[in-house]
Design a binder for this molecule. Structure first.
Ligand code: ZN
Length: 161
């Protein structure tokens, strides 16, 4: 998918915001993943980070929390005019929820070779089970998103050794 240079700068700006949220998660012992949802006018609707450990909730991924918060704010579950930014390629659960919410555009940072469900391991949005054509941009601030995760995992290994 193509985008203009000014769109690219906006994507970078919101991805940087998501990276900062991910950093907060990482510092509290969560896998660092952050998500932001923007309305069609470019306003911030939701900003969430992974809370799985803190909430002891298997569904408390950043994307799920952000979708809930944005739908709540707009008082509609249909987010077809909205853009979701997330630092890591969504897992199957989140990819399913993004399709259910009819998100207009998904922008993510780095591919997830383990559970990426947008294109890397499986492709939920383009599968027969999907009733929504999702526009996707991957690789925004890719290096920073990858390094954040790698450093977090390296740090954790270091502590448990
Ligand atoms: Zn997920």
């Amino acid at each position: 998918m193509s985008y203009t240079y000014s769109e690219y700068l906006i994507h970078r700006q919101w991805m940087y915001h998501a990276l900062q949220l991910a950093q907060i998660a990482g510092e509290t012992g969560e896998v660092p993943v952050g998500a932001v949802i923007i309305d069609p006018s470019g306003n911030l609707l939701a900003e969430c980070e992974n809370r799985k450990e803190r909430d002891q909730n298997p569904t408390a991924h950043a994307e799920i929390l952000a979708l809930k918060a944005a739908a709540n704010k707009l008082q509609t579950w249909r987010l077809n005019q909205c853009t979701l930014y997330v630092t890591l390629e969504p897992c199957p659960m989140c990819a399913g929820a993004i399709v259910q919410a009819r998100v207009g555009l998904l922008v993510y940072g780095v591919d997830d070779p383990k559970t990426g469900a947008i294109r890397t391991v499986v492709n939920i949005p383009d599968s027969a089970a999907s009733n929504h054509r999702l526009r996707v941009i991957g690789g925004i601030l890719e290096t920073a998103c990858r390094q954040q995760l790698q450093m977090w995992f390296a740090n954790r290994r270091h502590r448990t050794e």
